[in-house]
Write a protein that binds this ligand. Structure first.
Ligand SMILES: [Mg+2]
Length: 276
């Protein structure tokens, strides 16, 4: 049964696929059931990964996928909010000066495009992971108030389902960690990750395709699905991350084109569609 699931051999209403990662392909170091097979089935369809997770560099994400059983993706196809933040800032102001708060991957992404400068930063950048504390909040709000540094938030997620010190846990996302800076200064951040269009736009450019030729697969209606819909990208929601199959979506959330339990069910739907 698993032999001919190559989706590139069937007629589909899209010619490229964008995928979220956490909650779609894996949880921590565990691949989600059917995800490895799904990636094999789309091996011959142009695809890219768009993740709001700014903690890891694309290389680390690709290494992790290989480590847990996926074919190692080309790291150029992995668009993280950390990389997108650095690229966007470099466009606004080449050689920008920044003060960043968040895990190692974000710092590495920023170092490639700008210069860390705690005294004269143009931007105060808040990402995810450990690093925020009383001292870093103080440095950040002083830069914002006294030097008019612009607040940047890598991604709007208020919480993240992840692993922390070996245990599954709900962690504060960048959208929560940025709150002290907003409250203390009364200033709003510029936010980079999904549902904002930048990650999708970088992915579309990378694949050299148009929004209406694409399918986005994600587990969060409030970021993955709504962001893609706003650009005219078709959408599939998998119930392997933020929502379980039996959970009702809150009323105000956008309806995806496909609402499926998992990637295996999505494959079945797509195969049926092509036989219809
Ligand atoms: Mg996700």
């Amino acid at each position: 049964m698993a032999q001919n699931n190559d989706l590139s051999t069937v007629e589909l209403p899209f010619s490229a696929i964008l995928l979220d990662m956490d909650g779609v392909l894996f949880h921590g170091m565990n691949p989600i059931d059917g995800a490895i097979e799904f990636m094999q089935s789309i091996e011959n369809i142009p695809h890219a990964f768009v993740t709001n997770n700014p903690i890891k560099l694309p290389k680390s994400m690709a290494d992790k996928m290989a480590e847990i059983g996926f074919k190692r993706p080309d790291e150029k196809l992995i668009i993280t909010s950390g990389e997108a933040t650095a690229a966007w800032l470099a466009k606004q102001k080449p050689n920008f000066k920044y003060y960043a708060i968040g895990a190692g991957g974000l710092h590495k992404s920023l170092q490639k495009q700008g210069h860390e400068d705690k005294e004269n930063a143009d931007y105060v950048i808040v990402g995810e992971g450990e690093g925020i504390d009383y001292a870093s909040i103080t440095t950040g709000i002083n830069l914002m108030i006294k030097q008019d540094a612009q607040l940047i938030c890598t991604n709007p997620d208020t919480s993240v389902d992840a692993f922390y010190r070996g245990k599954r846990a709900i962690l504060a996302g960048a959208g929560a960690l940025v709150a002290p800076f907003i409250v203390a200064t009364g200033k709003q951040p510029i936010t980079i990750g999904k549902p904002k269009p930048l990650l999708y736009e970088i992915a579309l450019q990378t694949l050299q395709t148009e929004a209406n030729n694409c399918l986005m697969i994600g587990d969060r209606p409030d970021t993955d699905i709504i962001g893609a819909q706003q650009l005219g990208i078709q959408t599939a929601l998998v119930r392997t991350g933020r929502f379980r199959p039996d959970e009702k979506l809150p009323d105000q959330m956008p309806k995806p084109d496909w609402d499926v339990e998992n990637l295996a069910q999505l494959t079945k739907h797509l195969l049926c569609l092509s036989n219809a």
